[in-house]
Structures are given as structure tokens and as C-alpha cells.
Design a protein around this ligand. Structure first.
Ligand code: MN
Length: 198
């Protein structure tokens, strides 16, 4: 199949001042778009061309000769998940089932966000921070470069893109400030709850 760039689920300026329209122009319009263009080119005419995105990721993760396809497929998936992990006027205290599960698995909300932020700060170089379900329990994990929990038997519920292209125009080198804004103002808890449910 030919993959297409999904529309952002919010307006270009809807996340300001936390993530600017300029960042979204580059991040969605250039970076995310390029992964999809590259993926389509790389799978054209191969057996993978008829596969779903998740299948392409799972079939190429452990094959170094397919690293280009894996990286572009995983980045295509990760970015789609990232746009849904955030929303205007999001963030703050979780609601619904995820609130109870966070208390059960991390003790309380403050422990949870401390762990989430620290994981974001300690990812060296490009990568992603994830809240995942693993064997029925919540865990916070990080992945490097394009790597994604769906290739490793984990179910993602939320992601934070910590590639510099996600925050550099707005925060320069201050990843800590980006993570604070993400946690306080952007997390889409409704999306997290929708994934927890099925
Ligand atoms: Mn990105």
C-alpha cells in the first residue's frame, strides 16, 4: 500500500505557545512527511508493499539489511502516535482509568511525572519516551532513534518525541523545558484512556 501523511488532529497554531506553528510546519510537513516518502520508495516493488505498517515494522526490526525500511516505517508509525498523544489544553492530572492505574503502578502522579521527565532527560541523543503496557503493568521506557515498542511486544499508550527537531525551534537545547510543557499542557489523556480500554 502507499502510505499517506495524516492530517494533524489540531490546527497548526493550536499548541502555541508550547509548540509553535513553525515547529509543526517542519516536524509534520517536512520530517514526518519525509519518512513516509522514503518508506513508500523503499518498499515499492517488494513483498512488503502489500503489508500493513505494523507488519512492516515487525518483519524488519531484527534484519540489519532492512534497517532503512525499519527506520522509516517506525518513524511513520511513531509520529502518527505522537500527534495523537498531544492536544490543545491537555496535560496536567490524568483522568479516568489511567489515573487509577498510574497510582497503582507508580504510587502517585508526582512519582509518575518525575520518572517520565527523568527518562526524557536521560535519553542520550535522538529517541522517544513511552508509557507502555507490558504484561498488564504500566512502564515508562525509552527507545533510541526510530525504535518503537510495537516491535518489542509492548503496547504503547503515550509517546514523547525527544528528537531535537521536536523542540529545537521553540526551546533550543532546553529539553527539560519542552518536557515540562509537554507534561503540564499537552498530554492527551483521553487518547491514553482509549488505548487502555482495548
Ligand atoms: Mn519527530
Amino acid at each position: 500500500m502507499t502510505f499517506m501523511l495524516p492530517k494533524l488532529p489540531f490546527g497548526k497554531d493550536a499548541l502555541e505557545p508550547h509548540i509553535s506553528a513553525k515547529t509543526l510546519d517542519f516536524h509534520h510537513g517536512k520530517h514526518h512527511s519525509a519518512y513516509i516518502t522514503n518508506l513508500n520508495k523503499l518498499i515499492e516493488g517488494t513483498a512488503l508493499a502489500s503489508e500493513l505498517l505494523e507488519e512492516i515494522i515487525k518483519k524488519t526490526v531484527n534484519d540489519v539489511t532492512q534497517a532503512g525500511i525499519f527506520n522509516n516505517a517506525a518513524q511513520t508509525w511513531n509520529h502518527d502516535f505522537y500527534w495523537n498523544s498531544i492536544k490543545p489544553n491537555g496535560g496536567g492530572m490524568p483522568t479516568g482509568n489511567i489515573a487509577q492505574k498510574i497510582n497503582a503502578n507508580f504510587g502517585n502522579y508526582n512519582n509518575f511525572i518525575e520518572n517520565l521527565k527523568n527518562t526524557g532527560l536521560t535519553q542520550f541523543g535522538s529517541g522517544w519516551i513511552w508509557l507502555v503496557l507490558k504484561n498488564g503493568k504500566l512502564e515508562i521506557v525509552k527507545t533510541s532513534n526510530a525504535d518503537t515498542p510495537i516491535a518489542h511486544e509492548m503496547k504503547p499508550l503515550l509517546t514523547i518525541d525527544v528528537w531535537e527537531h521536536a523542540y529545537y525551534l521553540d526551546y533550543q537545547n532546553r529539553r527539560s523545558d519542552y518536557l515540562d510543557a509537554f507534561i503540564k499542557y499537552l498530554i492527551n489523556w483521553d487518547f491514553v484512556n482509549s488505548f487502555l480500554g482495548h
